[in-house]
Design a binder for this molecule. Structure first.
Ligand code: AMP
Length: 242
């Protein structure tokens, strides 16, 4: 089962992708996580991406396209994949169509997590994770059971993402509207598309996603990649300096 999760930053894509992985088997491919591990490793790619990510802007398309093309070809993706954070631009969506056609894979579901954007800043600025096992917490909604100690692994160190600030969030939402939202009409027209209520309780969102995944994917004729028609057409590089 090959799935795309769409939605603005803070919609809960990462949380739900992990749950889909646990419950149904496809592997979570989070481009944000891949970039953050490149930053931690201090690789040239990580060094290039860090200031862009910290500012809340999008990393250039060619980097992300190469990254996903390499990752999707690895053997573990044979059990299916969940794209979390990709594609984020029209150029990436078109490249994804072509790379899937090239390796003989198809998408089964595209799920948009709809959210009330007014609530996103609070969701994002309150989140933190265990530095050791990566379990996610929130200042207001999900504190560890024992203050300062991870429920899962007992570690006492926690981290916050450098781009989980109100300032960077403004830029991330602007990037979502300018560059990612234009891909939605394309996926809505494919017959693979479903929407879930990303403002519902986490378990209810999971239930809605499970209901979508239980539906058989539509029969697809042809599957020849077509160019995605959107206007205006913007590339990552054009808005990078904005
Ligand atoms: P995320 O963890 O998905 O919120 O992504 C964090 C940051 O990584 C984004 O704000 C971008 O700077 C960068 N990023 C992740 N995925 C992409 C993508 N598909 N295209 C461009 N930049 C990305």
């Amino acid at each position: 089962m090959n799935i795309i999760l769409l939605g603005p930053p803070g919609a809960g894509k990462g949380t739900q992708a992990k749950r889909i992985e646990e419950r149904h088997g496809p592997v979570q491919l989070s481009t944000g996580d891949m970039l953050r591990s490149a930053i931690r490793a201090g690789s040239p790619l990580g060094q290039r991406a860090k200031p862009i990510m910290d500012a809340g802007k999008l990393v250039p398309d060619e980097i992300l396209i190469d990254m996903i093309a390499e990752r999707i070809a690895l053997p573990d993706c044979a059990r299916g994949f969940i794209l979390d954070g990709f594609p984020r631009t029209v150029v990436q969506a078109e490249a994804l169509d072509h790379m899937l056609a090239r390796i003989g894979k198809k998408l089964d579901h595209v799920i948009e997590m709809r959210v009330d954007e007014a609530a996103l800043v609070e969701r994002i600025t309150g989140r933190f994770t265990c530095a050791k096992c990566g379990t996610g917490y929130h200042d207001r909604y999900k504190q560890p059971k024992v203050q300062g100690v991870c429920d899962v692994c007992g570690a006492k160190e926690f981290t916050r993402r450098a781009d989980d600030t109100a300032e960077a969030m403004k830029t991330r939402l602007a990037a979502y509207h300018a560059q990612t939202a234009p891909i939605l009409p394309y996926y809505r027209s494919t017959g693979l598309y479903s929407a879930v209520d990303g403002m519902a309780e986490i378990d209810e969102v999971t239930r809605q996603i499970d209901a979508v995944l239980a539906k058989p994917p539509p029969v697809r004729l042809g599957d020849i990649p077509k160019p995605i028609k959107v206007a205006p057409r913007r590339r990552t590089e054009e808005t990078e300096g904005a």
